[in-house]
Design a protein around this ligand. Structure first.
Ligand code: IPM
Ligand code: MN
Length: 356
């Protein structure tokens, strides 16, 4: 470099570019500039009920990750479910399907409302909020739904099963077929001998079973945390829905269960396994962990960002270890309650982001 001027150097190990500027009075300044590592284009559905609250916290955590690791994340916020019915008269528009297809992944909060009181449930079944989700899963061919159910060592009091039965906890993943079976089978009602009779069909082609089984075998190698306790349950669509709800009872709360829905590519839809919980929506008390862990799965499966995904999972564990709990994972026992701290949705999200 001449007496004054500037010099660019690139460190090939970490991709950091350093600009050294020397002024006429020979003072020297160094600036380190790091290029963007990865662009993440996410179609984001906050949805209904508790959806917007949990998505806000997942975004908070993802933004922290992208800052730390220098990724660039762009959200395209779209409507689906009840919110889309209110705006467009249908639970999913073709435009949103197009936006989802053009994105790298979809992050979803929850859809649906109170089936007894919401006007959405006065509509024909195919126009109700849930139909939008089913249509999107089908349109994106998301046939493999992974629902890991993991009992955290940091959350032992959450499991109602006796200690001598549960041992050192459990670690399992439910692989639920998501685009076939009873959900999409032909159905009708007819009168048989004067009695109204309902017929639902559960049909799977060999190809449909094969492709989801291949995914299940792949994950059983990849996901293993504790080989001796790890189980993969491969199941039909509706039974998978029931089983994952049941699994939540032994991990403490459905608010802890993330999910990933995948097709044959890297594309995926990531959403908590629970519903819209309209009874607690807007109160700031819902557990955002399932959605935050779904965002971690998104980084792992759609972007191959294993380290970043692990960072989120460790931060969740750390926050639980420190004794922070949302209301759904508070211990039942009054004495145990004294050893933990109850927090709301936003505080839980902020704590997890802080531990990253
Ligand atoms: C789930 C939900 C959905 C399903 C509903 C909202 C259609 O319960 O993702 O588990 O049954 O698949
Ligand atoms: Mn369900």
């Amino acid at each position: 470099m001449e007496k004054s001027g500037w010099l660019l150097t690139k460190n090939h190990l970490n991709d950091i570019v350093t600009i050294t500027v020397v002024t006429k009075t020979e003072e020297s300044y160094e600036f380190a500039v790091r290029g963007i590592e990865m662009n993440l284009n996410i179609a984001c559905v906050s949805g209904d009920g508790i959806g917007p609250e949990v998505i806000a916290e997942a975004k908070r955590v993802l933004n922290k990750i992208t800052e730390e690791y220098n990724h660039n994340i762009v959200y395209k916020d779209v409507l689906m479910g009840g919110a889309s019915i209110d705006a467009y008269g249908e639970p999913l528009t073709d435009e949103v399907i197009g936006i989802a297809k053009a994105a790298d992944a979809v992050l979803l909060g929850s859809i649906g409302g109170n089936t007894a009181t919401s006007p959405w449930y006065k509509l024909a079944p195919e126009l109700r909020p849930e139909a939008g989700l089913l249509r999107l899963r089908k349109a994106l061919n998301l046939f493999a739904n992974f629902r890991p159910a993991y009992l955290y060592e940091e959350l032992p009091e959450a499991c109602p099963i006796r200690k001598d039965v549960i041992g050192n906890g459990f670690d399992m993943v439910i692989v639920r077929e998501l685009t076939g079976g009873l959900y999409f089978g032909e159905r009708h009602t007819k009168e048989v001998n004067g009695v109204i009779t309902a017929v639902d069909t559960l049909s799977y082609s060999e190809k449909e079973i094969h492709r989801v089984a291949v995914k299940a075998f792949e994950i059983a190698m990849k996901l293993v945390k504790k080989p001796n306790q790890f189980d993969v349950i491969l199941t039909e669509n509706m039974f998978g829905d029931i089983l994952s709800d049941e699994a939540s009872a032994i991990t403490g709360s459905i608010g802890m269960l993330p999910s990933a829905s995948l097709n044959e590519t890297r594309f995926g839809l990531y959403e908590p396994s629970g519903g819209a919980a309209p009874d607690i929506a807007g109160k700031g008390i819902v557990n955002p962990i399932a959605t935050i862990l779904s965002a971690a799965m998104m980084l792992r499966y759609s972007f191959d960002l294993e380290e970043e995904a692990g960072k989120i999972e460790s931060a969740v564990k750390q926050v639980l270890k420190e004794g922070y709990r949302t209301v759904d994972i508070m211990p039942q026992d009054k004495n145990q309650c004294k050893t933990v701290k109850q927090v709301g949705t936003e505080t839980m999200g902020k704590l997890i982001a802080e531990y990253i």
